[in-house]
Write a protein that binds this ligand. Structure first.
Ligand code: URA
Length: 209
């Protein structure tokens, strides 16, 4: 079963509070999402493997460690996921960025893929799919399906806020995908919004409404 990590780091929790606040304007909201994405990446990359190298210091030779060449890919789910990309790249600037675009079919209410572009070496990369909100889980499950269909084998999912319903849906559909969350909320309301949540993440990031 996929593991679920809720980050209780004080800085993440502090910034998430201002992200939730309806009085936080677009500029500050975007900056805070960026900062929280960076802090979450710091925690998520804890398990990257290291290898030993030798380095000449001004004093002598040291045996030291560097990251063992793991290839990472960040995949935002369009459009709100874009708000977490730069924050993630702050820590892993060499990561490649793929994109998955989905819309909800008005009749079936199922997510439909309209755009997918991934790095060509998809089979060798470890991917982190990012979307600020894990609500019903429909988009997350479909985005992970898209990656797996194209050969991705190693996938994590990172979001700011999740509803229990979304966590359960991803765990059920993709038991191999660990989920990283800054805030695990109470429920979904009848409009599919996370309660208490933060409202519409895309609108708040991009100043639309
Ligand atoms: N998407 C959002 O942007 N907000 C929610 O609360 C749920 C889905």
């Amino acid at each position: 079963m996929a593991k679920v990590f809720v980050f209780d780091h004080p800085l993440i929790q502090h910034k998430l509070t201002f992200i939730r606040d309806k009085n936080t304007g677009t500029k500050e909201f975007r900056e805070l999402v960026d900062e929280v994405a960076t802090l979450m990446m710091f925690e998520i990359t804890r398990d990257l493997s290291l290898e030993e190298v030798e380095v000449e210091t001004p004093v002598s030779t040291a045996k030291a460690k560097v990251i063992a060449g793991k290839k990472l890919g960040i995949v935002p789910i369009l459009r709100a996921g874009i708000g977490m990309v730069d924050g993630a790249l702050n820590l892993i600037p060499t990561a490649k960025v793929g994109h998955v675009g989905l819309y909800r079919d008005p009749e079936t209410l199922q997510p439909v893929e309209y755009y997918v572009k991934l790095p060509s070496d998809v089979k060798e990369r470890e991917f982190i799919v990012v979307d600020p909100m894990l609500a019903t889980g429909g988009s997350a499950v479909a985005a992970i399906d898209s990656l797996k269909t194209r050969g991705a084998k190693n996938i994590k999912f990172m979001c700011l806020i999740a509803a229990p319903e979304g966590v359960e849906a991803v765990q059920k559909a993709h038991p191999d995908v660990d989920i990283y969350i800054a805030g695990l909320d109470e429920k979904l309301n009848e409009h599919g919004y996370i309660v208490p949540g933060l409202g519409d993440a895309g609108d708040r990031l991009f100043g639309t409404k």
